[in-house]
Write a protein that binds this ligand. Structure first.
Ligand code: 2HA
Ligand code: ZN
Length: 286
């Protein structure tokens, strides 16, 4: 193909960032999630690991990386990757109104230690304060799923937070409670859920604690704060958060009615797992 034709083809495939399907999917999640009541004020944040072929479709809208900011972690597996991420202090509900002011595309440097904004946050700002946790979770879940996972999502759903005031803050207690409150749960998150005790949010310490649990789980509860979820796409990740919160809501209702009088027995959970071809770790039954 001659050079003129190549350039014409590149130009033809370029689109506005906000028209790109991955950006539209991102925006849809932020809007749905706000309407769920999970994002008071600037609560919660979202990030997406952009595929090389997706970033090419918006290449002509990106600025050259100018300033570089320390991540506070060394994540060489993410070198050269692009992420779409919500802005620090930005409100989830405003993303749909003005994406370019509320979200950004960040490029990770070749050492995996710094990032630079190449699109968005046009009125100024930086990525979410939880960017270190998002990035470490991306690095870990991408490795664990052979690159399948692209979405990390943090929300503040009230019922799961409420449970963190009454359940023991252990992976086992939360996993068994959530599995036991809705039959779909063991099928949707058979690996269980992890729990991080209360910690100061927004830095590399809570990022490392969360990352360690993401080596096993797609769901990590932050006690008295919220939840982190990982998934392959926006539907799966939002659906996972929704399933966890729905189960937590049932638990809160059951406890508010005086507590359960019956439930799903361990052997029934094992039977479900075998019929649905999932493995439930025995550590949660001991
Ligand atoms: O973005 O949710 O954890 C605000 C938060 C911090
Ligand atoms: Zn939060």
């Amino acid at each position: 193909m001659n050079i003129r034709k190549t350039i014409a083809l590149q130009e033809a495939t370029q689109m506005n960032v906000t028209d790109a399907p991955f950006v539209r999917g991102f925006i849809r999640l932020t809007d749905d999630a706000f309407k769920k009541g999970w994002h008071e004020r600037n609560g919660g944040n979202l990030s997406y690991r952009i595929r090389p072929e997706e970033i090419e479709t918006v290449r002509s809208s990106l600025r050259d990386p100018a300033e570089w900011t320390d991540i506070g972690l060394r994540l060489p597996d993410l070198a050269g990757e692009y992420f779409l991420v919500t802005g620090s202090g930005k409100y989830m509900r405003n993303v749909i109104e003005c994406p370019a002011d509320n979200i950004a595309i960040a490029l990770i440097d070749e050492a995996g230690e710094k990032f630079s904004l190449v699109w968005g946050l046009e009125s100024g700002g930086r990525p979410t304060s939880e960017f270190p946790t998002h990035l470490i979770n991306h690095a870990i879940t991408a490795k664990r799923t052979n690159g399948a996972h692209h979405v990390i999502y943090h929300a503040h759903p009230a019922n799961i937070i409420a449970l963190s005031f009454v359940l023991p803050l252990t992976d086992r207690a939360f996993t068994r409670e959530l599995w036991g409150m809705a039959t779909e749960c063991p099928v949707v998150f058979p690996e269980g859920v992890g729990v991080v005790p209360w910690m100061v949010p927004g830095g590399s310490e809570i990022a490392k604690a969360t990352g360690k649990l993401m080596e096993q789980y797609n769901v990590v509860v932050w006690a008295h704060h919220g939840v982190f979820c990982s998934g392959a796409d926006f539907d799966e990740t939002f659906g996972l958060m929704d399933t966890v919160e729905k189960s937590a809501e049932i638990s809160v209702k059951v406890r508010s009615m005086g507590g359960a009088h019956q439930g799903i027995a361990p052997d029934e959970l094992r039977h479900l797992a075998s019929d649905f071809n999932v493995t439930l770790p025995e550590k949660f039954f001991r």
